[in-house]
Design a protein around this ligand. Structure first.
Ligand code: PHB
Length: 400
């Protein structure tokens, strides 16, 4: 296997076109979904989010994936996370999506329920119950979620489908169903969390039932080419460890394939990409925990996004070498936070600016969000950033 340095990113398959849903993208550097807590107190986008997303869409043909967005007010389980339910939420997202489209990039809305990963106090303030697949608390927490009723499960499926419709009406090119990282759908997949004895728990087939029903309902609502799904087979974040991951994900992939439709993409988090992990090493084998068995089963049905702490050189190596049999795109999260022109920098070999972790989650703050500059090379070439809103202008549009 060649070494990472052998693949200059700009000459690699990272910059070879790939069809994703209805679009053909000129490159494979993806803006990963990232919680940033810059929504208002009603979980609607603040104006400062337009600039943030537009800036990261500044290289045409970038796939921009939104931060995880709730399917109902009852799943808005953290303050300043977004929803896509109320009119003001939809209007806020419409503006963001329009700004991304102005820059000729495409936008997928990541949609989720938070379940027991919600903050119970945030839910209680607005009169919503704290729920999960079963009454199993998060590790170290005294708050015990209530087991969801079957009616609530069916309502959840409907909420995913209705939210997908609203996303498309707001202009989104598609939605990514979040079934990962210990959030609601993953709380049904994970045996140690889901202890139900009805048809929504127990066997792999039963634990997979909700995720598959959601995918089916969303496909029926907006069409498979607008639908993507995210899994994190190796994550331990928020109690999501699974001892039966090979059997579970093999089953899920085979059921998705049986739907006999063309999904937009599949998004997979590598063992190195656990949000709970701060240190990663591309060369670590992680006890043989690779995505290969899923990629083999998926068999290029549609492109696959991999995420796992990539840098430009390792991303080029990933598409050229590690995953050369497959149509793979590479997601960047942290580096995209501090480099709004990340794709331009990767293509032109410009060093990346460092990110400042303490400001990742500063609620409603401009700082650490919209104050990372574009490279001089980008500014020289394009004369200005494409969405040059200042902090003052953003404030004038809506209070921070
Ligand atoms: C987070 O908010 O920390 C978060 C959200 C979605 C993920 C992982 C982490 O998939």
């Amino acid at each position: 296997m060649g070494s990472i340095a052998e693949y200059p990113p700009s000459e690699s398959r990272l910059f070879k076109p790939l069809k994703v849903g209805h679009s053909t993208l000129p490159h494979r550097v993806v803006f990963a979904p990232l919680t940033r807590l810059r929504n208002d107190d009603n979980h609607a986008p603040l104006p400062l989010m337009e600039k943030y997303y537009a800036d990261r869409a500044s290289t045409p043909g970038t796939l921009v994936i939104s931060e995880a967005t709730s399917i109902s007010h009852g799943e808005e389980g953290n303050s300043n996370n977004p929803g896509l339910v109320s009119e003001e939420q939809v209007e806020g997202w419409r503006k963001i999506i329009s700004a991304v489209h102005t820059n000729k990039s495409i936008f997928f809305q990541q949609i989720w329920g938070m379940g027991r990963a919600s903050n119970p106090d945030v839910l209680a303030t607005r009169g919503f119950p704290y729920r999960s697949s079963s009454a199993v608390p998060m590790k170290g927490s005294e708050n015990v979620p209530r087991e969801m009723t079957e009616a609530e499960i069916l309502e959840t499926i409907e909420n995913f489908a209705e939210t997908a419709k609203r996303a498309v009406l707001a202009g989104a090119d598609g939605v990514e169903i979040h079934s990962a990282h210990g959030y609601l759908l993953d709380q049904f997949l994970t045996a140690s969390v889901n202890q139900r004895t009805d048809k929504w728990g127990g066997s792999i087939e039963n634990r997979s039932r909700l995720t598959l029903a959601v995918v089916k309902a969303v496909v029926e609502a907006i069409g498979a080419e607008k639908v993507a799904i995210r899994f994190s087979p190796y994550a331990g974040f928020q109690g999501s460890e699974k001892s039966d991951y090979v059997e579970l994900y093999t089953y899920l992939i085979s059921e998705l394939k049986k739907m006999n439709v063309q999904f937009a993409y599949l998004s997979l988090v590598e063992a190195t990409g656990d949000p709970g992990t701060l240190i990663w090493d591309q060369k670590q084998i992680h006890g043989g925990k690779t995505l290969d068995f899923i990629l083999e089963a998926w068999d290029n049905l549609s492109p696959v996004i991999v995420a796992g702490g990539y840098r430009p050189d390792s991303a080029a190596w990933a598409v050229e070498e590690r995953y050369k049999k497959w149509d793979v795109m590479v997601a960047f999260g942290r580096h995209f936070i501090s480099n709004p022109d990340l794709v331009f920098k990767v293509q032109n070999g410009i060093p990346l600016a460092p990110y400042n972790r303490p400001t990742f989650y500063c609620r409603k703050e401009w700082a650490g969000y919209n104050d990372y500059p574009f490279s001089q090379e980008f500014l020289d070439k394009y004369s200005q950033t494409v969405h040059p809103m200042t902090e003052e202008e953003s404030k004038a549009l809506g209070s921070l």
